[in-house]
Design a protein around this ligand. Structure first.
Ligand code: MD6
Ligand code: FE
Length: 193
């Protein structure tokens, strides 16, 4: 956990984020089970993570427009690479940045990130806006979870033996963040293939 690691990238990240969302707006996707997620998502990079009735996948195109996702901004790439290197994962070259948007009440149920082919690569996760409680469990869904508070600017680098641990986000508490307003944004950088 790199507390406040993203703060020095702050203005660039937020400007770049605004640009991405203009090209590929947030949308609430459906799970294969037919539920609509409370978290709204978009992506940038050479692939994006998507879910619909047919399943989960990494797609080079935004299904809403059938056009490629917006490119990954240099500030995103630099932040992800520097954070990974800080933890000992040198040369991390993410292909995907999945962008999650939580409004008060939105949550993410326990899941494993296992749609990536190279489980040796870490995931770098950046929190912006309202604080959230991150739930971190074990290798079984039923394992007891630990709770971590993630605040604006915190970066988590996630790899090695924890890579397939179950995790989720508790329902977002209401609040108003001075820069980001009434929301939490999470950027997760991944190597998809
Ligand atoms: C979130 N994050 O923080 C959801 N997954 O909004 C994740 O599901 C996640 O933060 C894998 C690695 C890091 C993460
Ligand atoms: Fe995840």
């Amino acid at each position: 956990m790199l507390r406040g690691f993203a703060l020095s990238f702050g203005d660039d990240l937020i400007a770049a984020l605004r640009d991405i969302v203009t090209q590929a707006p947030f949308r609430r996707m459906h799970t294969p089970g037919g539920h609509q997620m409370s978290v709204a998502m978009t992506n940038c990079g050479s692939f994006g993570w998507v879910t619909d009735r047919t399943g989960y996948r990494y797609d080079p195109n935004d299904p809403e427009t059938a056009k490629p996702w917006p490119p990954m901004p240099p500030s995103f790439r630099a932040l992800a690479g520097q954070a990974a290197a800080e933890i000992g994962f040198g040369g991390f070259a993410p292909e995907v940045c999945l962008i999650n948007r939580y409004v008060p009440g939105a949550r993410m149920s326990l899941h494993q990130d296992k749609d990536e082919l190279d489980l040796g690569a870490p995931i770098v996760s950046v929190s912006l806006g309202l604080p959230a409680i991150f739930l971190f469990g074990g290798m079984k869904r039923s394992d007891k979870t630990q709770r971590f508070r993630l605040e604006h600017g915190d970066v988590a680098v996630w790899g090695g033996p924890a890579r397939l641990a179950f995790h989720g986000v508790a329902p977002l508490a209401d609040g108003e963040h001075p820069l980001m307003g009434r929301q939490r944004i999470n950027l997760t950088f991944r190597k998809a293939r």
